[in-house]
Design a protein around this ligand. Structure first.
Ligand SMILES: [Zn+2]
Length: 341
């Protein structure tokens, strides 16, 4: 019997598996999952053991083939010095105010990885490796420099300066990319088998020309420098850039339901794996058992390698819908469906 870990990692490499893989590179935590485990936000963002216990439920309660403990978008921003509102059980953390102006030189603290928000995540990855590492894939997460730019400068200041001061933006991105490299390498050392690289470069905030000018080379460099398989997560309609993303060498793309599955597979080609694509609002939150069964089949037949939610799951969604989606996907045989791909 092939273990979930191997199924997940083989699926990331588009190798044959005995059944479809399931899982997510982004948060699968819901309030009802917190209640089930007895660990809640915001403590789970800043306590390594609680973080690991909640993440483990992605496998033990939901049945996904991976676990991923970095639920918030603020861990490395907080470690960089950004003031963070850690939220509540029903509210995800947010960055309170920008740390820099666009002309400032960003300084990565020497002790970045020892600072609490990074340290607890590394501790959680180590615990997950210890508890479940034989059985399931342990996935870490780093933010790409585009997202970190929002956190350092504020979204408006950052985006305005992609037009007003592109050189300053490029300088900032070059520094911020090193945060992803350092934190990512430390996560692999702590026990991560693979990493999510999350970069919020959706079309409405990053035009195809801006992706080309600011990000393509950086994503290609990160694919090379991060020492494990990497899944890039970008929300929204990414159909205009999937053909470029496949040229970065990143192993897998975690896509949003705004891109129809067949379109995503066509654009991704044969080499790049696809994860996700299941609508949070329509399917994870509101799906009937029949809808979830149909969704699993559509995704597998459409060429999605790892079935799961498109992005961080809304906190008020029922986690049992993810469990059902995973069960339905896993019940579909792998081999004959894969021949059609
Ligand atoms: Zn997303």
């Amino acid at each position: 019997m092939m273990k979930p870990r191997e199924i997940f990692l083989r699926a990331m490499g588009r190798e044959a598996t005995p059944r479809p893989a399931t899982g997510s590179a982004t948060s699968i935590v819901t309030v009802d999952l917190m209640d089930k485990v007895g660990v809640w936000f915001p403590e789970a963002h800043l306590d390594g053991e609680k973080m690991a216990r909640l993440a483990a439920a992605g496998h033990t309660e939901i049945g996904f083939d991976n676990v991923m403990p970095l639920f918030s978008v603020c861990q490395e921003a907080a470690a960089m010095g950004v003031e963070v509102d850690w939220g509540r059980a029903e509210v995800m953390p947010t960055c309170r105010r920008p740390l820099y102006g666009i002309d400032d030189e960003i300084v990565i603290p020497e002790d970045l990885l020892e600072r609490e928000p990074c340290r607890v995540a590394l501790e959680a990855l180590g615990l997950l490796k210890q508890w479940l590492g034989e059985e399931v894939a342990v996935v870490g997460k780093v933010f790409g420099p585009w997202t970190l730019g929002y956190h350092m400068f504020g979204v408006e200041e950052f985006l305005a300066n992609t037009l007003l001061k592109p050189e300053a933006v490029k300088r900032a991105l070059a520094t911020l990319k090193e945060v992803a490299v350092r934190f990512g390498a430390a996560q692999v050392e702590a026990g991560a088998d693979a990493l999510c690289l999350a970069d919020h470069a959706t079309r409405d905030v990053c035009s195809p020309a801006a992706y080309e000018e600011f990000l393509f080379e950086i994503h290609r460099e990160l694919a090379e420098r991060l020492p494990c398989p990497v899944v890039l997560h970008i929300c929204g309609d990414t159909s205009d850039r999937i053909p470029r993303i496949r040229e970065t060498g990143l192993e897998c793309f975690h896509f949003d339901s705004k891109v129809p599955t067949a379109v995503a597979r066509g654009l991704a080609g044969e080499a790049m794996a696809l994860m996700g694509g299941t609508s949070n609002l329509e399917v994870i939150q509101k799906g009937t058992p029949e809808r979830l069964r149909r969704e699993a089949r559509e995704k597998v037949e459409g060429g999605v390698d790892i079935v799961g939610p498109e992005c961080a799951v809304p906190l008020d969604a029922p986690y049992l819908n993810m469990k059902l989606l995973a069960e339905e996907a896993k019940a579909l045989g792998g081999t004959e469906l894969r021949i059609a791909w």
